[in-house]
Design a protein around this ligand. Structure first.
Ligand code: 5RP
Length: 257
């Protein structure tokens, strides 16, 4: 691996623990003004100091994030359809030059394994990685889960492995039963998305389970920014990911206002 690629990855995964707490705030790229992100700047600003890497679109980065921040950024570079259409019609929306101009530490896109346009999204991932490799830019592949797609070990294992085979440098997927089997079959780091908002204790339990079963961190959104104490919640998630805190200890951190 060249210096550029290694250096960017070290800005995403903290070298001390090899893990990351990414904050995902890209939901608007297909959902519009998502609950908790209507005023993205207001929501994200207090969370930034506790975030290892911010996962965001270029439009929100330019308009809502202070360029003086020292929190690295991973850019969502795919999009196209909205929640009103077929989400698997995604294409690449942001070029590699734009990611370099914005000083991104990484870029990410979704693949829709099992959906109508799975082949198109997987080919797009291959093309994106071809471009990204040229500049030492790590690519995060996200295994989207649509209505017709599963969330079990077999499905997520299939999708994560395909992403790694195509050359993704890291993969984002969902936690599932026997998650360790998904991790074991995927040779690149896996981070978990949080999914729909859960009670805080459940979200922290899911985080602990995922880390114990081999996840390299989280790229979590709604379970942090929709919490009644977002700063407490991200600190609690950090304690589990980086310090091996128990769910009980993490919940106490979350509860401190
Ligand atoms: C949507 C995404 C989101 O970034 C991802 O779902 C993480 O957010 P959440 O924890 O709210 O699920 O990639 O495709």
């Amino acid at each position: 691996m060249d210096f550029g690629m290694k250096n960017r990855l070290s800005r995403i995964f903290r070298p001390k623990t090899g893990k990351t707490v990414m904050l995902a705030v890209d939901h608007g790229y297909f959902q519009g003004p998502t609950s908790g992100l209507k005023d993205l700047k207001k929501t994200v600003t207090p969370l930034l100091p506790h975030t290892d890497c911010l996962y965001i679109t270029r439009g929100m980065l330019r308009t809502c994030i202070d360029p003086n921040t020292d929190t690295p950024v991973c850019l969502r570079v795919s999009g196209g359809p909205s929640i009103l259409g077929d989400l698997s019609h995604e294409d690449i929306t942001t070029s590699i030059e734009e990611a370099l101009r914005l000083n991104a530490a990484g870029i990410g896109m979704s693949i829709f394994v099992g959906a109508k346009n799975e082949d198109r999204t997987i080919s797009n991932l291959g093309r994106l990685i071809n471009d990204a490799e040229r500049y030492g830019m790590p690519v995060l592949a996200i295994t989207a889960v649509g209505k017709e797609m599963g969330r079990d070990t077999r499905y997520l294992g299939l999708a994560c492995r395909i992403a790694a085979e195509i050359g993704a440098h890291m993969v984002k997927t969902y936690y599932c039963e026997d998650f360790h089997k998904v991790v074991e079959a995927c040779p690149v780091p896996i981070v978990i998305a949080g999914g729909k908002k859960l009670p805080e204790m459940e979200a922290l339990q899911m985080t602990e389970n995922a880390i114990k079963e081999g996840a390299s961190g989280v790229d979590m959104g709604r379970n942090i920014f929709q919490s009644d104490n977002p700063v407490g919640m991200i600190k609690a998630v950090r304690a589990i990911v980086h310090k091996g805190a128990t769910v009980k200890e993490a919940f106490e951190i979350y509860s401190k206002k």
